[in-house]
Design a protein. Structure first.
Ligand code: SF4
Ligand code: SF4
Length: 429
């Protein structure tokens, strides 16, 4: 069943002007970094170093070892400390490898570079695996897996849409590393044995589109496609439909497409050209409750509180720190969590009491749900503990986009109710 049925035509107040035209802040190396030993819900990691070992920026320090193999690298030079439990974006403390920086930022190559034009498809997939490239748009899925199993793929779709309010990190990366964006995209075409690639960028990013198109001279197999500035256009299903007018059930491969985030393509190019994995991230730190909203270049493993401190701190006492954007991000109870290889944003908002009123039964949440659900019905069923109605309303198709809360005139947190309903159904399994 395809779940893409909603209108997808809601323009949001993007608030991107807070960071879009500002200089990128390069964060000073913190005294300690905490390299996450988790990805998604997996904590199966092998640590390759021991306490007291000396490492450099780029030293392979651990790898994920479950169904997927994903190496992780030190983001500073210094001395290995203990493995500590630190707050994570899963909302609970999880293991992180502490590395105490010596402040020197000595660097080593993590692996040999590769010329993607002469390498075989299989060599490129293996390279992507060894380089630890993961989805940089928030999900952190290992990139090589998409290509290992890609077949009958005609097009690579590079998602440079970045539809959530506040976030401009991908745009900043595409602006700064335009050449790498194209090289990474070209390599992905080869890895999937595809014919072409399309880079999707919101039509409002006029200067960026111009810059990427100019840089594409000589690449007849890659084009830029402008897409509307609406939410959630960056959702994989939405952007695939917008570009190809095709729907799929589970994966975009069903319609011959592999989708990657723009920063992921850039990270792959940097790995191929320079021989290092993802040790630093461009992160948008924005929102009304941070003193100086900016895009920040951050060593992976830096605590969020250090990043916010470098931007002048908070504007008020009661803040809500969100990993990601305000619509789909996760609110985390403190700022002790760290920037990971898949982080793209920290949104800091003032915690304000919300005066909600009873549901008006206006139906707007159902009208705007991109997954075609009836959030109001799910909310009512959740409140009543009515599992059968929750299941009958296909709650698992909710992508937690936040639209039903955003649109609700009664200021009800409808998304949270739907999330709770989803958890109720998951707990039944
Ligand atoms: S969060 Fe709300 S609007 Fe978004 S998919 Fe879920 S139910 Fe629909
Ligand atoms: S948008 Fe809010 S007020 Fe309107 S039906 Fe949905 S929950 Fe009720």
């Amino acid at each position: 069943m395809s779940i893409f049925t909603g209108p997808m035509r809601q323009h949001l107040d993007g608030k991107k002007e807070l960071t879009a035209h500002e200089e990128v802040v390069v964060l000073e190396t913190p005294e300690k970094v905490y390299i996450p030993l988790y990805q998604g819900n997996s904590t199966k990691f092998e640590v390759l170093v021991k306490e007291g070992d000396k490492v450099k920026v780029g030293t392979k320090v651990a790898y994920r070892n479950d169904n997927f193999i994903v190496p992780v690298f030190s983001s500073v030079s210094g001395t290995v400390g203990k493995v500590e439990n630190v707050m994570s974006t899963t909302l609970k403390p999880l293991p992180h490898l502490v590395i105490v920086s010596d402040g020197l930022n000595e660097t080593e190559k993590s692996f040999e570079t590769i010329d993607y034009k002469t390498a075989s498809r299989e060599e490129l997939v293996a390279f992507t695996k060894d380089a630890g490239i993961v989805g940089c748009g928030g999900a952190g899925f290992p990139t090589y897996v998409k290509y290992q199993f890609a077949k009958d793929c005609h097009t690579i779709l590079i998602n440079g849409v970045e539809c959530e309010p506040y976030i401009t990190a991908d745009a900043a990366m595409m602006e700064k590393y335009t050449k790498e964006l194209i090289i990474g995209t070209d390599a992905m075409i080869k890895m999937a044995d595809a014919k072409a690639a399309i880079i999707a960028i919101k039509t409002t990013k006029v200067e960026l589109i111009k810059k990427v198109r100019e840089a594409l001279a000589g690449y007849s197999n890659i084009t830029v496609q402008e897409v509307p500035d609406v939410y959630p256009m960056g959702w994989e299903r939405t952007v695939v439909y917008e570009v190809f007018k095709k729907r799929y059930d589970r994966l975009p491969g069903e319609v011959g497409v592999v989708v990657n985030n723009a920063t992921t393509a850039i990270s792959l190019a940097q790995a191929m050209l320079e021989g290092h994995g993802i040790t630093h991230k461009m992160v948008t730190v924005s929102g009304e409750a941070v003193k100086t909203p900016r895009n920040v270049w951050v060593p992976v493993g830096t605590k969020v509180k250090e990043v916010v401190k470098a931007l002048g701190g908070y504007t008020c006492e009661d803040v809500l720190c969100i990993a990601g954007g305000p619509m789909m991000g996760k609110a985390i109870i403190n700022d002790e969590w760290v920037i990971s290889a898949s982080s793209n944003a920290v949104t800091v908002l003032e915690t304000k009491p919300i005066d909600s009123v009873a549901c008006l039964r206006c139906g707007q949440c159902s009208e705007h749900c991109p997954a075609g659900l009836q959030p109001v019905r799910i909310r009512q069923a959740e409140k009543a503990g009515d599992i059968e109605t929750i299941k009958a309303n296909d709650v698992n198709s909710c992508i937690e986009c936040g639209m039903c809360t955003y649109i609700c005139p009664s200021k009800l947190d409808v998304t949270e109710s739907v999330r709770r309903a989803k958890r109720r159904v998951q707990l039944l399994k």
